[in-house]
Design a protein around this ligand. Sequence first.
Ligand SMILES: CC(=O)N[C@H]1[C@@H](OP(=O)(O)OP(=O)(O)OC[C@H]2O[C@@H](n3ccc(=O)[nH]c3=O)[C@H](O)[C@@H]2O)O[C@H](CO)[C@@H](O)[C@@H]1O
Ligand SMILES: C=C(OP(=O)(O)O)C(=O)O
Length: 434
Amino acid sequence: MDKLVIRGGNPLRGRIDIAGAKNAALPELCAALLVPGPVTLRNVPALHDVATMLALLGNMGVTIDRQADGTVVLNAADIHTPEAPYELVKTMRAAVLALGPLMARFGHAKVSLPGGCAIGARPVEQHIKGLEAMGAHISVEHGYMIASLPPGQKRLRGARIKTDMVTVTGTENFLMAAALADGVTVLENAAQEPEIPDLAELLIKMGARIEGHGTPRITIEGVEALHSAAHTVVADRIEAGTFLCAVAATGGDVVLKNARGDHLDAVITKLRNAGAAVTAVDGGLRIHCAGPAWSHLQAQSFRTTEYPGFPTDMQAQFMALNCVSRGDSLCMETIFENRFMHVDELKRLGAQIRIDGKVAVVDGLPQLSGATVMATDLRASASLVIAGLVAEGETTVERIYHLDRGYDRMEDKLRALGADIQRVSDKPSDKASA
Ligand SMILES: CC(=O)N[C@H]1[C@@H](OP(=O)(O)OP(=O)(O)OC[C@H]2O[C@@H](n3ccc(=O)[nH]c3=O)[C@H](O)[C@@H]2O)O[C@H](CO)[C@@H](O)[C@@H]1O
Ligand SMILES: C=C(OP(=O)(O)O)C(=O)O
């Protein structure tokens, strides 16, 4: 199993490219299931989750041409198995995104209940209820959602769907399902994360009729068929936010090419309030910090909420920054019930953190000290890397397969910026096959 070995203390300087967003690429790969012809996606990140999704789609019969420049051409003309088996989806939450498009195009599907990070129970009853409102019959048997249409019904029907909470993948499933449904679907309480309008833009290029994407009320007028299209995956706001926190922690001067400041308002506001200089530059973002966080940054309290609020996917990384900034801070997690697994690991590096229900209370310190820590989920892994970059001495982050789910060559990018970070692989073939 791979691990990262980091010697902390180096400032980060230079320029890196921010990759396409995991959470946009995954639904957009699934959207190819809606079309009986080629769909071209550019800027698809090289991530384990993407490889898993491509294996899943390939298993259904989608032909895939993946090019070295990040372009993927998918053709779902000949789907023979509209199923997502447990073995292929157990590591990946986003597999649930196959359900909507398969039901829309074929009227039946069998999709394993999804895996994903162990950050909470993560049920999918809203996905099921919404598709049922569109006329689907769905039973859960032996860990699978088995979905079909009643006899004589050929297509899902438009419906008004108001979810009990804001759900990102739920909204995406309904968007894809409604694009080919009979009649109009109205999504109330829809998610507004930038990945939703990005998916909607791809669907519109395919011929879908969608209005209101990017707001809590989306209207979709179903069409009988969709057609081929090409689309560029939006830049990953969470990868960009992670690098912003890393530079704020270590100090330095970095340009993040392709990063979208307009998708990171809540995080950038907190960084600026802390004292970091974050500015828009041509085609990206620049962060400039005169020294390590303790020398000039003030810790910032925050509360995670749905977009446009502070993203839960940035909670762990910002907490790592708070650990080495001046003063106390409160980090409140409101989206997932078990998303503080990084806290015990950060404490192994010397961080002062106390958990009180949904709140982590952090006392900033001038220094952390290197240790061996274990990555427990994707963003927890990123927070440990940030902490390792500022800790004195050597930090080993074990179980980094979580990190590889969601970051495209994170250690290569950090090394290019001057970090002392190495991937150590027990099996040399591990990295080659990733
Ligand atoms: C692949 C992908 O895009 N993943 C993102 C997506 O996950 P995902 O789409 O799984 O997260 P949701 O927005 O659905 O979850 C939000 C909250 O609603 C709950 N819920 C959701 C659906 C449901 O049927 N029942 C239910 O109770 C969840 O347990 C959670 O507490 O949005 C999360 C919240 O921004 C991000 O952290 C993930 O990175
Ligand atoms: C929780 C995340 O991903 P997923 O929904 O794929 O588990 C994440 O990207 O931080």
